[in-house]
Structure formats: structure tokens, C-alpha cells
Design a protein around this ligand. Structure first.
Ligand code: ZN
Ligand code: MN
Ligand code: MN
Length: 280
């Protein structure tokens, strides 16, 4: 199983620190996620690539998480344009780092209708990808149905992909999904989730999982991540989730509270669940 965490700090040491916490994949920001500018230091890139080789990490299991400033759904023209430019530069950074996937939230519709927002995200993706490095793919993440967020179910995500006409991939965030009413703790809940995926994007396009417990109960629209097993999904909930073969083959990235000490513990919690299931 591929598992790791969102890693902060200098990217040059991320491969080493990943192995130290017991991971074999990770997620990073390509630059400071609260800044519109991007920058890439050649020395850091070189060290990063050396680390990937040294620790034998598979770049196709790694994610870059795009900046939080990006809003491809924005009805405001200036924000929409700036978002496209920034996301495009993140795809270029991904290419420089020899990584394959850039994860982005579809965005917030603000005061515009959902249909308009979905259309805008789709068009933005088409425009971004038509002249971006072809070896890097865009990955759309399901978000929490909080505020004006769009892309909180697979029907919306599929609509965006169809409008773009591009081969986009998808990330399932377990906290966001739980926030939106997907109950992965139960057989029925999993059946519902997996058949919705089959009926929309198709399971083969779900290539990443953000593995987070939830501080709030099912369907609360709060988007507050919790350590694995310490929230409302809980150890039993994740045991049910991991009992599905089609889930376990997806790389799992923790975005749980805390730093590397906590992430190391969370990885251990997951490994214990797998061994309980007789799988590792
Ligand atoms: Zn995200
Ligand atoms: Mn996430
Ligand atoms: Mn979140």
C-alpha cells in the first residue's frame, strides 16, 4: 500500500523525511500556498530529484497540492484569470520536479449559480491544459459542501471533466466526503459511494485518496480534519473503508492535524488496521 502525508518544510528533504515517518509517498505544495507568485530554486530541485532516486520513491504516487488562492469557479474575471495563470505555473513546476499529478479544488461559486460555476471550472481547465506540459495531469478533489464550494459529489466532478473535454483524474478526500454525507463506516455507505463513482467518473480515474478523519459528525459541512481513528469516522470506520480492494490500491495521503510525529503515528494506525484485516 502507498501511504504518506502532506509534507511541509523544504522540498529537498521531503523524500528523506517521508521515509523517516514510515511513508512511501507524499504530497507537497509547489510553493507557498498563500502567494500568487511561484518560484523554483534549481539547487532544491536537484536535491529533491536525488532524494526521490535515493529512497526509491515512485513519482506517479506523489501529489502536488495547488495553492488555496486558486478559484477556477470565481465569477470575478480578475481572480479567474490569475487562477489560471497560477495553476498553469504549478503544472510547470510539477514537470520540473518530474512529478505527474497536481491536485486542485474545483473552487467556490461565491454568489453565482452552481451551473455557471461548473461551466467556468471546466472552461478554465480546458484553457490551462491546452498548452501545459503533457506529462502532468490535473487531479480534481472532492471538497466539503461548505459555503459556496462546488465539486462535493462525483456528479459535479464529472460535469466539470466533461465540460473541459480533458482527461482529468480525481482525488477522494475522506473527511470532505464524510462532511457531505458519504458514510464510509458502513457497507451500505461504501456501496453508495462506489456505485456513484462507477456511474460517473469511473473507478479507474480515482487515482488518489486524502486520508483524513473528521472532527464533526456525518454531513456536518464543517471541513475539520482529525487524526486517523480519533474522529467520527473512527478506527472501525476506516477498517470498513480499507476492506475494499479497489480502495487499498489507491495512494493514501494524510492531511491530518499535527506534524511529522503525528503523521508517523497515523501511518502506524493505518498499518495496524491493515494487519487486523490480515492484509499487511
Ligand atoms: Zn485539498
Ligand atoms: Mn484534501
Ligand atoms: Mn479540508
Amino acid at each position: 500500500m502507498f501511504i504518506g502525508a502532506h509534507m511541509s518544510g523544504p522540498i529537498s528533504s521531503v523524500p528523506f523525511r517521508t521515509v523517516q515517518i514510515g511513508g512511501n509517498t507524499f504530497q507537497i505544495f509547489s510553493h507557498s500556498p498563500r502567494m500568487w507568485r511561484t518560484s523554483l530554486n534549481e539547487m532544491k530541485v536537484k536535491k529533491f530529484k536525488e532524494g526521490m532516486d535515493k529512497y526509491k520513491l515512485d513519482p506517479t504516487k506523489v501529489l502536488i497540492h495547488a495553492s488555496y488562492l486558486i478559484n477556477l469557479a470565481s465569477p470575478k474575471e480578475d481572480v479567474w484569470e490569475k487562477s489560471k495563470v497560477l495553476l498553469k505555473s504549478e503544472l510547470e513546476i510539477s514537470h520540473e520536479l518530474n512529478l505527474k499529478y497536481v491536485n486542485v479544488h474545483p473552487g467556490s461559486r461565491l454568489d453565482s449559480p452552481a451551473e455557471v460555476a461548473l461551466e467556468r471550472v471546466g472552461r478554465a481547465i480546458y484553457e490551462i491544459l491546452k498548452d501545459s506540459p503533457k506529462d502532468v495531469m490535473l487531479v480534481l478533489e472532492n471538497v466539503s459542501p461548505k459555503g459556496g464550494n462546488i465539486g462535493y459529489n462525483f456528479h459535479q466532478l464529472k460535469t466539470i471533466a466533461d465540460i473541459s473535454g480533458c482527461n482529468v483524474k480525481f482525488t477522494y478526500d475522506t473527511c470532505h466526503g464524510f462532511d457531505g454525507g458519504y458514510d464510509i463506516r458502513t457497507r451500505d455507505g461504501m456501496k453508495e459511494l462506489l456505485s456513484e463513482i462507477d456511474d460517473t467518473i469511473g473507478m479507474d480515474k480515482l487515482i488518489m485518496c486524502h486520508l483524513n478523519d473528521s472532527k464533526y459528525p456525518l454531513g456536518f459541512h464543517k471541513d475539520r480534519h482529525e487524526r486517523i481513528g480519533k474522529g467520527y469516522i473512527g478506527k472501525d470506520g476506516f477498517t470498513n473503508f480499507f476492506s475494499y480492494d479497489e480502495i487499498r490500491c489507491i495512494p493514501m495521503i494524510l492531511e491530518t492535524p499535527g506534524g511529522e510525529i503525528e503523521h508517523e503515528e497515523d501511518i502506524l494506525t493505518v498499518k495496524k488496521i491493515l494487519s487486523f484485516l490480515g492484509l499487511e
